[in-house]
Design a protein around this ligand. Structure first.
Ligand SMILES: Cc1cc2nc3c(=O)[nH]c(=O)nc-3n(C[C@H](O)[C@H](O)[C@H](O)COP(=O)(O)OP(=O)(O)OC[C@H]3O[C@@H](n4cnc5c(N)ncnc54)[C@H](O)[C@@H]3O)c2cc1C
Length: 420
């Protein structure tokens, strides 16, 4: 393997960085993950993620973690209800599934879930998941990956600050290798650095000066703990799955989580600087509610429950995307993956899947003997990663535009029908 006797520093312990660490460690590579969080528990992880057969699930499969995934994924959590702004259900995957279930029972099918049968018919026999795009909460996914690593692999409280050197061998005495500095004053040396530090990557500028562009939309993110008690009307609409509500070129996306909470995102078209000049204190519940009532005026009062019952301050998330034609020269011992490489808005559920597939493809390039040196291996990885991610980003931008247009409901309903 190319990286024998090399030390690899992965900056960022999100799904991309941890998947890479696992895949490299499985083949005996020396790897550390430097993560800014103080410890494993410090941050509540966001909403559910659907993993795709050809990307996220493929990476987990190669990482030998499908059994752990099956023990933790949430059957049915991906079932979608599409609602209009009046909270009228216009398409319902729950209904479709219960009709199908009934039909199969009447036809005397064996106990096996109908989804499982369809799944098998599609040729996905290598595991027995009941859904083609199974959902898992972000927290359990992170735990699965963390628990798969050797002790002390993740160095918590390592908020990356700067990078210097890069001249080969991670040997401080000889002045070679990368020197990574962290905000707490500590530092580390490494032969190879992989940036997996997400949307606002601090390492990306060491690879390329290309910056993401504003995609025209801002999402307000919030959470309601114990939603059955705190927001019972929304809770029963959710039915353990997802709500996509559309109207007036705006969206409300709500997901039930396994811990009894729900996560929501309200999307609206804004200008690039709205997040700094909207004049709303999004940590103040009264101000947020008043903003929502004004911005979503004419929407049913049930939606206000989300903002009235929000358990923590809402977050303002302007949506950015990297240029689809981005390119750079491969470096000898530094590369990017996941959002650090190809940030895109989250309106097609591709971000985490792309990050995990990056990890898989990069690990194959670094662990094999197909390339004469690490730089060529990195170049090969980047040449396949960029167009693949650009295709996903292009689809995401199209989807985001349609979901915030007068055709949103028709579009979302057609997607559900395709997946049935
Ligand atoms: C509101 C929202 C909803 C989303 N919904 C979906 C969805 O449904 N499906 C989907 O596929 N994708 C979704 N995404 C996108 C998805 O979260 C990302 O694409 C995915 O998490 C990228 O993985 P990553 O490992 O590259 O980066 P991240 O998950 O962002 O992980 C980066 C890690 O690096 C750490 N870090 C950051 N800076 C530093 C630093 N300076 N030093 C050290 N560590 C650092 C962070 O703490 C974090 O642990 C959503 C994103 C958002 C914001």
């Amino acid at each position: 393997m190319l990286i024998v006797n090399k030390t690899v520093a992965i900056v960022g312990g999100g799904p991309g960085g941890l998947t890479l660490a696992r895949l490299l460690q499985m083949k005996g590579a020396t790897v550390k993950v430097y993560e800014r969080d103080l410890n494993k528990q410090v941050r509540v992880q966001g909403a559910t993620l659907d993993l795709h057969e050809e990307s996220g699930l493929k990476a987990l499969h190669e990482a030998g973690l499908m059994a752990a995934f099956k023990a933790n994924y949430r059957p049915g959590a991906g079932r979608v209800r599409v609602l209009d702004k009046n909270a009228v259900i216009v398409a319902d995957e729950h209904e479709h599934h219960s009709h199908e279930q009934e039909r199969h029972e009447q036809e005397g099918h064996e106990q096996k879930g109908y989804e499982q049968k369809e799944y098998e018919q599609n040729g996905y026999e290598h595991h027995d998941l009941k859904e083609s795009r199974p959902e898992i909460d972000r927290g359990p996914l992170r735990n699965i990956l963390l628990e798969s690593l050797l002790p002390e692999t993740v160095v918590w409280n390592s908020h990356f600050k700067s990078l210097s050197g890069g001249g080969g061998g991670g040997d401080e005495a000889n002045g070679n290798g990368w020197r990574l500095e962290f905000q707490n004053g500590s530092y580390a040396m490494a032969d190879i650095v992989i940036a997996a530090d997400g949307a606002n990557s601090k390492i990306r500028p060491f690879v390329t000066s290309i910056i993401p562009f504003f995609a025209g939309l801002t999402a307000i993110e919030g959470a309601v703990y114990d939603s059955e008690i705190a927001a019972p009307r929304i809770h029963s609409l959710l039915k353990g799955g997802k709500i996509f509500a559309f109207g007036d070129d705006k969206s409300l996306i709500v997901s039930a989580k396994g811990d009894g909470s729900l996560a929501f995102y309200a999307g609206c078209k804004t200008d690039e600087h709205w997040h700094s000049n909207h004049g709303v204190d999004f940590t103040n519940k009264a101000q947020v509610l008043s903003w929502f009532r004004k911005e979503f005026s004419g929407w049913d009062s049930v939606w206000c429950d989300l903002f009235e019952q929000a358990s923590s301050p809402c977050l303002v998330r302007p949506q950015f995307c990297v240029p689809l034609d981005q390119a750079w020269e491969a470096q000898p011992n530094l590369t990017l993956l996941g959002d650090a490489a190809h940030l895109m808005p989250p309106y097609a559920g591709e971000g985490v899947n792309m990050a995990m597939l990056d990890a898989l493809e990069l690990s194959v390039c670094l662990l094999g003997n197909d390339f004469p040196d690490i730089q060529t291996a990195i170049a090969h990885y980047e040449q396949q990663m960029r167009p693949r991610a650009a295709a996903a980003a292009s689809m995401t931008l199209d989807s985001m535009a349609l979901l915030h247009s007068p055709d949103a409901i028709t579009f979302m309903t057609s997607i559900i029908k395709q997946l049935e």
